[in-house]
Design a protein around this ligand. Sequence first.
Ligand code: ARG
Length: 724
Amino acid sequence: MKNRIFTLLLAAACTLSLRADEGMWPLVLLQKIQDPMQAKGLKLTAEQIYSINNSSLKDGVVRLMSKQGRMFCTGEIISSKSLFLTNHHCGYGAVQELSTPADNILTNGFWAKSMTEERPANFNIGLLRKIEDVTAKVLEGININDEEGPRTKALGDKQKLVLAGLKEALGDAKNNYVVEISSFYNGNQYLAMYYEVYRDIRLVGVPPESVGKFGGETDNWRWPRHTCDFSMFRIYANEANSPADYNVANKPYAPKHHFPISLKGIEKGDFSMIMGYPGRTTRYTYSEGIKYLGGKERPMRVQVRRDIMDIYEEYMKADKNIRLMYSDKLASIGNYWNKFNGEAHDLSKPGLYEKRKAVELEFEKWVKANGKSDVYGEVTSLYDEAYLKLNQYGLYSVYLQDGISNSQPMTFAMNLIGMPEMLNDKKTAAIAKGTANSMAGGLDEMFKEFYAPIEKRVLASVLRHLYEDLDHAYLPAYLNELVAKNKRDYTKIADMLWKKSIFTDKARMSEFLKKPSASKLAKDPIYMITNGYVQKMSVDLKPIYDDINAKMGRAHRLFQAGMLEMNADKALPPDANGTMRLTYGTILDYNPFDGAHYNYFTTAKGIVDKYKPRDFEFDAPTELIDMLRNKQYGQYADPKDGELHVCFLSDNDITGGNSGSPVLNGNGELIGTAFDGNWEAISSDFMFMPDVQRTISVDVRFTLFIVDKLGKAQNIIDELTLVK
Ligand code: ARG
């Protein structure tokens, strides 16, 4: 199976046309797309981009990971002392954490004028060291068509076993490595990725929020754009250049590659490539799925999120300390509120559904004509059954994520689920008490970004959505009673919960955690609602969800395998899965709608035009506006037109996770940092749209202008390799 897919893909990759190319290409396939890339203007070889034995461009690409190991963004190393660039919105959480009302670097910006001023940032980065094809090991003794339940179990066990073996083989180095086995083509191929993880990361520079997030949620996912969406960090290592915990004595990590920066400018038609970590695409989504997402799931999520955002914004606009406190929460709910809103619209209008349906009909015809029904015959019915149930029950899990998890008191309660039972059991009571006591120590942290007036209204809003939007049969009985008794007055209910629950007040929660009581917790009204909801999901709804997942997983795998077999002569790039990919294309403008044309770059003039003093989203430092009005651009002006170019477009294929990725010219020099996609292709995770799909990047000359002229950080500029 593995070999067949590989061979198919390789053949396919060679027949690419010169049109905008779909594809977030895995590095192991680069050799096969070298010709089309060079035809478009690449001056390097595939080996210079990704080499198994020598240093190559891929060594300059960093994977941003939370302390818990979750990948969230990309960055690029730009100096021999491992200074790296990423997006402002990627460094946002770390910068917010380093900010206080008295030293608000999120609002004011921050520039370390020497390494001693750099501040420890709360995330890790991974460097990709090795890729290993483990398909044969993982799928040994497991067949594509085995009965789903036992197959899933066997596969899970096997993956664990293989992973443990790979880690063990690393010897002492294993503590510095994260190894992930990633599924490609929905379970048809498995590659192990080895990341060496550096844990001492420090903030070097970040522009004021009004620059790094200029345009806010209004401009987010839109062109024309004027956001300088970047921040800069540095990787630190021990004496041996290896990962180490934070220590003042650590030294800048010496990277295997850093990107030179081009000040030469770009032009329409120039080659551009982006390397980075796209998180997830689902371009093989079944037509019924398009219908469900566009008609139901996305619209509901948009409402749940929007209501919470409105509450946040009301208080944030009135008080800058509240703004600081809730900025990261607003940004993370808002970013996908915005995207889901676009998807809800796109997926429910004619077009996408019909296109998917056409592909499926063709697939079914091919299955029959080629006598493949014994392998692929059940795909359609599996999907139909799964989506029928998802339509009925899918929102419960969505509301757990977008509703309950966005209420802090409910999230606190969720952390204690199961504790009453543990306290009541002699064997586990001591453990439960220990957990509670240690939680008490973390309360300051938990309540650090908690503003009661906001949280009380968010709670009311979440409860309203649960009761008004979902079938009451699967809601906790207590919630149903409460709502009926209070005649759907959710404000009144939230008021009552606020007074009675321990989860709404730090002192009450502290008192409880120090002396936890099973009966008190079991009777806590917020605990009753949250626990009740989770119980419904994990007991009543569990068989339903298990069934949906099994059918869906099987259908995806078979459909994907069948599509590969059916398209043996075409390129079918695998969906994004959080592993390093490369996308190549050209700098390009587009026509967003009939009668309109969008240029491929924006200039500083647009910032001055959009500037609105004291606005929540379009404010900017007056110092910057003055400089832009006086056109003091120095070496960052475009050599052709003398303007300061701020953002640009290319037809590269990226998605969330690529944020912060290096945008490179044909020589492998940095020309920009990717930070967004455009509105007309907001549904690109479901379908590649060559005519309108564009990546939005900050022009690196704008980034350096801000570092140099606004940040006055000559020390940073001096570190770089500039190509003029
Ligand atoms: N849309 C961008 C992305 O997902 C993130 C932009 C962040 N800016 C914002 N205003 N929320 O890659």
